[in-house]
Design a protein around this ligand. Structure first.
Ligand code: 2P0
Length: 354
């Protein structure tokens, strides 16, 4: 500290997560407390992940943030609430080599610069807030020498974006809705590590590269206010499904896992349709993918693959192993043949057929 100049940085990488039992609806908007528990699988960091560098320097005069190289405003943002919460938990940092000594209280006055990158196109409408907020909280906590455990950090990430709390762990993760009013028990817990069920293959079929029309935040607010099905789902359906899903994961029972995953995705989209005005996240191509998987599963007599859709038309497909994943890809490519001269990686299903 003092007048000398120095810069201290930390970098982290966090993957996004895909819910298999969905979060949809808040009971407290400010604290982001959900109306039901949810369960997700965190992806491999090589694919959909956020990388964030946080820097602190005595000459920084305000907190600033860049997303994919472009500065974005921080004021009033949910990043601010995460920053405030982490600052409260900050501890002394000493780096003798660099001659840096930051005391706990100094963190209140020091400003941070945050640079975050997604290794996937934000425009593709794939969940980016979960990875971004989780990575931000995790990296900031490292920089500020926060000693709290991942559970506590997950409750801070939750205040940035609900689904972000689940990216605090790898593997299968449950976000427990919690009971208390301040949200201290609305945290993520790991159900199984990333290596527990590593035969599973996840395929993301990009159906449209357009940005979604209704954000999750406003969509779920409208659903809470207008959908009678949402109340039924949260109170009567999800509690049982959570227990069944935990059991399916524990016993690596793919058939049960797939049935629950598909049913829960469909119910979430039914709640969207039950909202006034109705929300349409899926499109014709999404529906064709559902039919394709349903037909295949029915013809084999037992689930070969699961599908799940979030707040957009892109399909997340889960196969029990590489062999099934290969067969699934064959079926997808048969129904949605890519243009011959195109690279498969840049081919967006449905952009042509709609
Ligand atoms: C989920 N989704 O469980 C569900 C399924 C989308 C569909 O969590 O308002 O971006 O920031 O808490 O976390 C998307 O909602 O919403 C989401 P906020 P978030 O993954």
């Amino acid at each position: 500290s003092g007048t000398e100049s120095w810069i201290l940085m930390a970098t982290g990488r966090t993957p996004t997560n895909i819910a298999v039992i969905k979060y949809w609806g808040k009971r407290d908007e400010a604290l982001i407390l959900p109306v039901n528990d949810s369960i997700s699988v965190t992806l491999d960091p090589d694919h959909l992940s956020a990388t964030t560098t946080v820097a602190v320097c005595p000459t920084f005069d305000r907190d600033r943030m860049w997303l994919n190289g472009k500065e974005i405003p921080l004021s009033g943002d949910r990043f601010q609430s995460c920053l405030r919460e982490i600052r409260k938990l900050a501890d002394d940092v000493e780096d003798e080599k660099k001659g840096i000594r930051i005391r706990k209280d100094d963190w209140q006055k020091l400003h941070v610069h945050i640079a975050s990158y997604n290794n996937f196109p934000t425009a593709a409408g794939l969940a980016s807030s979960a990875a971004g907020l989780a990575c931000f909280v995790f990296t900031l906590a490292n920089l500020m020498n926060v000693k709290e455990d991942c559970g506590k950090l997950s409750s801070i990430a939750r205040q940035g974006s609900g689904s972000a709390c689940r990216s605090m762990y790898g593997g299968f993760v449950k976000w427990t809705m919690g009971k208390d009013a301040c949200g201290s028990d609305s945290i993520a817990v790991q159900l199984a590590s990333e290596s527990y069920w590593n035969d599973l293959v996840i395929i993301i079929a990009v159906v449209s590269s357009k940005q979604k029309e209704t954000s999750s935040t406003t969509g779920m607010r409208d659903s809470v206010e207008t959908s009678p099905l949402l109340q039924h789902r949260a109170q009567t359906v999800v509690p049982g499904r959570i227990l069944q899903m935990e059991e399916a994961i524990r016993s690596r029972d793919f058939a049960s896992f797939a049935r629950l995953t598909c049913a829960d995705s469909n119910q979430f989209h039914a709640v969207c349709l039950d909202t006034s005005p109705p929300i349409f996240y899926m499109n014709d191509t999404s529906h064709r993918i559902i039919s394709l998987v349903e037909r295949w599963n029915r013809s084999e007599g037992t689930p070969q693959a699961a599908y799940t859709f979030d707040a957009g038309p892109n399909a997340v497909l889960i196969a029990p192993n590489r062999k099934s994943a290969g067969l699934l890809l064959q079926r997808l490519l048969f129904c949605f043949p890519p243009p011959a001269d195109n690279e498969l990686s840049s081919y967006v299903m449905g952009d042509k057929s709609i």
